[in-house]
Design a binder for this molecule. Structure first.
Ligand SMILES: Cc1cc2nc3c(=O)[nH]c(=O)nc-3n(C[C@H](O)[C@H](O)[C@H](O)COP(=O)(O)OP(=O)(O)OC[C@H]3O[C@@H](n4cnc5c(N)ncnc54)[C@H](O)[C@@H]3O)c2cc1C
Length: 288
């Protein structure tokens, strides 16, 4: 594994120029804006942190990493991470594909109610994963949140490398997300039967049945915390791949908001609790 980092991430303001459901459970939010003129595409699993401010918070102007970090903890924005599914250099637009899950949170509230014309504040992009130069086979594993990265990874992996994709989805309708890249890789879809947060037993069975290819192999995987723990046991433990060869990342944790620990820490230091999941600062984003 190696990382590509053409662009030092920075804070950006963009406008939503299109919103549509690409599958029943995934919303595509397309962003554009003048400050994408210098955007350098790192590809694959590069991601951004979208910022959500409470309604009554005055957003610092100028809006920079430094000015946000100077805000008192209980008024700082919440951050949710999303993969850049694709950047189009011709139109200078980028797509974020967000899972519209049913458990609430500022990220899903944003994804479910996004409108053309809304402003979006975000930091990024991060660097991105690439397979090793000697790799003959890539195995990509994940759930719905990993689909944007898997789609990009399949498109960007050299033709000489074989790709196997194993994804776990709650609804088969969401599996059609990968239709455009289906000709380029072998895809195994596993329908989630067990409740989330229980380690994806059906996905693990499918992966144990998968013959490990001959020759150098890279594994990329992302999903729910306990599933990723299982992936680590399988690929690092049973198959003996090191962390460079099997890159496995937690994208979300069942029953826990993404910044919950940081918020608890902030509440402990400031003595103030912020209300969970307030509406975003819609007025600010519309009028600034
Ligand atoms: C590097 C990285 C890249 C990511 N890329 C994407 C992406 O491209 N698209 C995408 O949709 N997500 C992506 N995620 C996952 C996303 O950041 C989390 O799902 C995040 O928790 C969503 O925030 P929220 O405000 O909706 O929920 P939170 O406030 O974080 O959580 C509230 C509740 O919702 C539950 N929850 C959170 N996410 C899910 C889910 N997917 N399914 C079911 N329940 C959930 C939590 O367990 C919690 O109980 C990525 C995460 C990382 C770390």
């Amino acid at each position: 594994m190696r990382f590509v980092d053409h662009d030092t991430g920075r804070d950006r303001r963009n406008e939503i120029v299109a919103v549509r459901r690409v599958t029943p459970g995934i919303a595509r939010i397309t962003l554009a804006g003048a400050d994408l003129h210098d955007f350098r595409d790192n590809g694959t699993d590069q991601h951004v942190a979208v910022l959500f401010f409470d309604d009554d918070v005055i957003v610092p102007d100028p809006f920079t990493t430094e000015s946000v970090m100077r805000m008192r903890p209980f008024v700082r924005p919440r951050m949710r991470r999303y993969t850049i599914r694709r950047f189009d250099p011709a139109t200078r637009t980028l797509d974020i594909d967000a899972v519209v899950h049913g458990d609430g949170g500022p990220g899903v509230a944003w994804a479910a109610s996004a409108c053309v014309g809304d402003r979006v504040l975000w930091w990024g992009p991060t660097n991105a994963w690439r397979p090793h130069a000697d790799t003959r086979h890539v195995i990509a594993v994940g759930d719905e949140t990993a689909l944007p990265a898997i789609d990009a990874l399949v498109r960007e992996t050299p033709e000489s490398v074989e790709i196997t994709v194993v994804v776990e989805v709650a609804s088969p309708a969401d599996a059609c997300y990968l239709d455009e890249v289906a000709g380029r890789c072998r895809i195994r879809i596993v329908q989630r039967a067990a409740p989330p947060g229980t380690g994806s037993p059906d996905l693990m069975t499918a992966l144990r049945e998968l013959p490990m290819p001959d020759g150098p192999v890279d594994v990329w995987g992302a999903g729910e915390y306990r599933t990723v723990q299982g992936l680590r046991r399988l690929f690092h433990g049973d198959h003996g791949l090191d962390r460079q060869r099997a890159f496995l990342v937690t994208y979300w944790t069942h029953g826990q908001a993404q910044d919950e620990r940081a918020e608890r820490r902030d509440a402990a230091t400031t003595g103030r609790n912020r209300q969970r999941y307030p509406e975003r600062a819609r007025e600010f984003l519309r009028t600034r």
